[in-house]
Design a protein around this ligand. Sequence first.
Ligand code: PGA
Length: 241
Amino acid sequence: MKIIRAKDYYDMSRKAANIISAQVIMKPNCVLGLATGGTPVGIYKQLVEWYNKDDIDFSEVTTVNLDEYRGLPREHPESYWSFMHRNLFDLVNIRPERINLPDGTNLDAAAECARYDYVIQRVGGIDLQLLGIGHDGHIGFNEPGSAFELGTHCVDLTEETIEANKRFFASKEEVPRQAYTMGIKTIMQARKVLLVANGAGKAEIIKRAFFGPVTPEVPASILQMHPDCTIVLDAEAASLI
Ligand code: PGA
């Protein structure tokens, strides 16, 4: 586990974008595992800027996203499909057929999760998985108590996550109650992991996850066991370590 301290959100975003960019330069046909949420927006912005300067080429890249709300139409502005198209896919030369997300519109959870695990396997596994971290230590939608050995599965969102995500919806009632997510097993099988966090609100969970015991109660803590995990933090998120 390597911890990189950045000055602020902008610096965190640039450092993380540099790591992703290096991955794409080293292996142009790599598989990037991507994440949504507030934290990675600055990373995608930076990658788009470099793409516009001809410094990064996504033409051979394949992507697999971490998660998607179950039951939300793709076109809904808060679906992760929409988020990714708005923040990255529509702005760079990634090929639509190489973009993969769980299909939240397939309500058959068992079939959809099996399909997504097969997609990840078929593309050869994930070279670099980008992650944010929830205030409760979740990664993807793997909430506290999630078994470490799960592949893609359907989860009920915790009250805390619904509360944290309601800022993106007109009301709390509109926040979907379930999601499909890669499991901890899937994430741990990625060849590299890059976790990013910023802001004072994440300082406590960063300390618990990476300087406390490895436990399913703090899902991100398992990353202490990953052979190639890099964590990029701004000064506030790193303030308790
Ligand atoms: P955030 O979410 O980037 O919006 O803080 C992180 C997460 O819940 O994984």
